[in-house]
Design a protein around this ligand. Structure first.
Ligand code: THU
Length: 141
């Protein structure tokens, strides 16, 4: 993990898509058969990946995006610049509502690129996906 100080991080989208694609191959999705991979770029330049992890008790499923956030936080990253999500759906799939809220906690300005395995892309700001969000500042007096 490199520390780039205050230098802005350049987003290597191809590297992030590659990382999410690799992570997707490790998804555990025997029930939905819908494998998702995610890759988060931290402000220090490190990349953190996640895949969806399902459970026989379906409601306990963890999405790829939240898996990536939890892994990143456990490795010491706290602020994120960009996210890629990769599926094989015909239309690229954006993060679910719960994941948008969890991402918002650490990255209000996150740049989100959703891609499918055929190369189609959907590029959005998290603030577009979750406008007027409730966040840490909402708790301040
Ligand atoms: N899933 C994700 O991993 N991320 C999303 O943003 C949407 C849905 C997973 C959960 C479940 O394992 C499968 O996709 C079908 O919903």
């Amino acid at each position: 993990m490199t520390d780039r100080g205050m230098e802005p991080v350049r987003v290597d989208w191809a590297a992030l898509i590659e990382a999410a694609t690799r992570a997707r191959e490790r998804a555990y999705a025997p029930y939905s058969r819908f494998a998702v991979g995610a890759a988060l770029l931290a402000d220090g330049g490190s990349i953190h990946t996640g895949a969806n992890v399902e459970n026989a008790s379906y409601g306990l499923t963890i999405c790829a995006e939240r898996a990536a956030v939890v892994s990143a936080i456990a490795r010491g990253a706290r602020r994120f610049v960009a996210l890629t999500v990769v599926t094989d759906a015909p239309t690229p799939t954006p993060p679910c509502g719960a994941c948008r809220q969890v991402l918002r906690e650490f990255a209000p300005n996150l740049d989100v690129l959703c891609a499918n395995t055929s190369g189609r892309q959907l590029h959005r700001a998290l603030a577009e996906l979750l406008p007027d969000a409730f966040g840490p500042d909402s708790l301040a007096e």
